[in-house]
Design a protein around this ligand. Structure first.
Ligand SMILES: [Zn+2]
Length: 294
């Protein structure tokens, strides 16, 4: 296991305990969430290093898998997924006609497939070999296994997307610098993150499913992601909601808290979360768009 010595955003080396959270998804192990008293950024302590990380991802639920049974729930899930892809694509490419997209942490390639069907050129990065091979065969494109292996393609991309990925990445500062080099001049980065300032985060507390320790190393608030990107010369453009996430996260959080999926309660708290966020913009998850400030 590894520990964060400094805050990756402001560099402060005194971190304070903020919350105790368990890995409800898989191992039930306990972790701390530490807070930087200077800038307020929160991170998971300790966190798995390269040799241990696989153990925490060993569940096929974590990767979107293609051979699901056609139950009512899976059909509904499929419907929501398609709508969500359409929405994500619209937000990520708004104001652009065509270009090249790099999807970092592309999984089995659903977003790339959608973008490809809209006549965008697509490219992906995925460390999980199973998901990567599946996506490569389906889309007939090259997918890199890491940011490092994509470096020959510098200044190649108009849009780089990270859909719930940045919170999983170690060495944040190095990685975002690598991302910056891959962008075309004036290109944009689209980052989706869970929001610890959302109503559902506050309501479910340590049972909030989007803490997802230790897979989530970092827990970005709006202020945190803005400061972090600004430090790397990215200019903030806008944030957009991910309204479905409130329901999905509420459903999982209910399961973690009560041991079963209480559908109605999840539905109600998903709705309340979105209503609150309509006023204060603190949705369960947000999409942030940044430009490389050249
Ligand atoms: Zn800090």
């Amino acid at each position: 296991m590894k520990t964060h010595k400094n805050c990756p955003i402001c560099g402060n080396n005194k971190l304070e305990p903020s919350l105790e959270v368990a890995d409800f998804f898989l191992t039930q192990e306990q972790f701390h969430i530490m807070k930087c008293p200077n800038c307020g950024f929160e991170m998971t302590q300790p966190f798995p290093d390269k040799n241990e990380i696989e153990r925490y991802y060993q569940s096929d639920e974590y990767y979107s898998h293609p051979h699901k049974k056609k139950s009512l729930v899976s059909l509904l899930y499929e419907k929501v997924k398609q709508r969500n892809l359409k929405y994500k694509f619209r937000i990520a490419t708004s104001g652009l006609n065509q270009g090249v997209i790099l999807d970092i942490g592309c999984g089995s390639g659903d977003f790339m497939e959608f973008a490809k069907n809209k006549n965008w050129n697509v490219c992906g990065i995925e460390p999980n070999a199973l998901a990567r091979n599946y996506a490569e065969q389906k889309l007939k494109i090259q997918i890199f296994n890491s940011l490092e292996s994509a470096t020959p393609h510098k200044t190649s991309f108009d849009v780089i997307t990270l859909w719930h990925v940045l919170e999983h990445i170690e060495n944040l500062n190095e990685q975002v610098e690598a991302i910056k080099k891959l962008l075309k001049p004036g290109g944009r980065v689209v980052i989706a993150l869970p929001n610890p300032d959302s109503y559902d985060a506050k309501y479910y507390g340590k049972f909030w499913a989007a803490y997802d320790v230790p897979r989530h190393l970092y827990h970005f608030r709006f202020k945190n992601i803005r400061e972090f990107m600004s430090k790397h010369q990215f200019r903030f453009l806008k944030r957009e909601p991910m309204k479905w996430d409130a329901f999905y996260i509420a459903l999982l959080s209910e399961k973690y808290k009560y041991g079963r999926q209480r559908l109605l309660s999840a539905l109600i708290h998903g709705i309340i979360s979105n209503l609150h966020a309509k006023k204060n913009r603190e949705f369960s998850s947000n999409i942030y768009i940044f430009y490389a400030d050249l």
